[in-house]
Design a protein around this ligand. Structure first.
Ligand code: IMP
Length: 427
């Protein structure tokens, strides 16, 4: 047995939830290590569709330990509702563990997320879930951790300090009403009581599971291009979305990581603002958006659409040290006369193959495409990958050649049986 990390290689929404759910069948423990309810994972099992924002996708496989790691920011109300919703659908949630070191998203975080965004001249297009302001407080050392939320006296003390600062900001900078200490204390104390039994030292639990040789799956949220350091900064999320962040966000050593699986769509999508070199507009974008159902799980926003970009994927491969790749939604490209892969960018007469740090440079880049013949057959009901039309297999092979990523799974629909295995990914 061993460990597998699942990460997104584009701007999120690559289908990580579905693949995590499948890999979780063989796992003992599934751990989320960063982000919060800005993430939205849609998983279809039989006739049932589940939308998860905080609880690891492993929960849909009964009997797995599901961990919300220290690197996460947790909105307790959202978590309690999500747990309740799962219980109402007959899921066993007794195996959920929440890190005592994870940070709590408070009402002022959600409010500041909106206010800051309104004030910004160049909008990020955040999910308004309070993610950035919660990580801001963590780094500023005025955040409140889950371990403190469940301790009434300590929580009251921490809240008082934080709220004094936040209310000053709300009143003086943004000219809005201050928040009421007593009301928040009462509401959040109840949340603390509801979650108390699930709070634990999850670094210790996870590390011991690894030592015992259990199969541990780490479930990433968002994607490499939304990473705070290497993504399209400042149009990124506020956490580190790459595999290295597992060590910090789950509390394990770097030698404990065995395999890293990168998920990518056969095309590219992004929600929110920021550069997107291969973006399509007009009818073609609209057709792909409809065919792929490209509307955000969390906010319902229509996603921006473009061709698959090997420059982005090479960066994701390098940062994550991918051992495997998974292509999702290949079926969405069916019926197009031709399909394109962006192999590099043209910048001031030069060809760039690696993603530059400067967004100014990115904005000046023009994508260079390799155009391949499309396929007309619907891939979604073909049983095995070997029976896929040659053009579809050539597209996958060429993408592998250009990016260096070895593809192990191709997914052609939301159902579990629409996952075609090229090579098994094993713990
Ligand atoms: P935040 O994470 O809410 O601060 O949003 C920052 C940026 O990340 C915005 O462009 C969001 O649309 C994007 N983002 C955050 N989470 C996700 C996700 O799970 N999928 C896709 N985009 C996301």
């Amino acid at each position: 047995m061993g460990t597998i990390v699942v990460v997104g290689t584009q701007w999120g929404d690559e289908g990580k939830g579905k693949i995590t759910d499948i890999l979780a069948e063989k796992a003992d423990t599934v751990v989320r290590f960063q982000g919060g309810n800005n993430a939205g994972h849609t998983i279809v099992i039989g006739e049932e569709t589940y939308k998860l924002h905080l609880v690891p996708s492993g929960i849909l496989n009964p009997g797995k330990l599901c961990v919300l790691g220290s690197g996460m920011v947790i909105d307790p109300q959202v978590l309690i509702n999500e747990i309740k919703g799962l219980e109402e659908r007959g899921m066993d949630t007794s195996n959920i563990k929440i890190s005592d070191r994870a940070h709590v998203i408070m009402p002022y975080h959600r409010q500041l997320d909106k206010l800051e965004e309104e004030k910004r001249t160049s909008k990020i297009g955040t999910t308004h879930r309070g993610i950035g302001p919660a990580y801001f407080d963590k780094i500023s050392r005025i955040g409140i951790r889950v371990g403190e939320l469940i301790n009434e006296a300590e929580f009251a003390k921490k809240l008082k300090t934080a709220l004094e600062l936040k209310n000053e900001l709300l009143e003086k900078l943004y000219g809005v009403e201050p928040l009421n200490f007593e009301e928040i204390l009462k509401e959040y104390t109840e949340y603390g009581k509801a979650l108390k039994d699930k709070v634990d030292d999850t670094s210790l639990i996870t590390s011991r599971d690894i030592e015992k040789g259990k199969a541990v799956l780490f479930e990433g949220a968002q994607g490499a291009m939304l990473d705070i350091d290497y993504g399209t900064y400042p149009f990124v999320t506020s956490s580190s979305t790459i595999s290295g962040s597992v060590c910090l966000g789950a509390g394990i050593g770097p030698r404990a990581i065995d395999s890293v699986v990168g998920i990518l769509k056969a095309y590219t999508t992004r929600v929110g603002e920021g550069p997107f070199p291969t973006e399509l507009h007009g009818e073609q974008a609209e057709a792909l958006r409809e065919a792929g159902g490209e509307y955000g799980t969390t906010t319902g926003r229509p996603r921006r659409i473009g061709w698959v970009d090997a420059v982005v994927l090479r960066l994701a491969h390098r940062l994550n040290g991918l051992t495997h790749g998974v292509i999702t939604k290949l079926d969405v490209l069916s019926g197009l006369p031709s399909v394109k892969i962006c192999t590099g960018y043209k910048h001031k007469g030069r060809i760039i193959k690696e993603w530059p740090a400067s967004l100014e440079v990115v904005q000046e880049c023009e994508p260079v495409y390799e155009e391949m013949e499309g396929w007309s057959q619907d891939l979604s009901e073909i049983d095995s990958y070997e029976d896929f039309p040659l053009q579809a297999r050539e597209f996958v092979a060429r993408l592998s050649e250009i990016t260096g990523i070895k593809f192990s799974i191709v997914s052609v629909g939301p159902r579990r049986d629409q996952t075609k295995i090229i090579e098994n990914i094993i713990f």
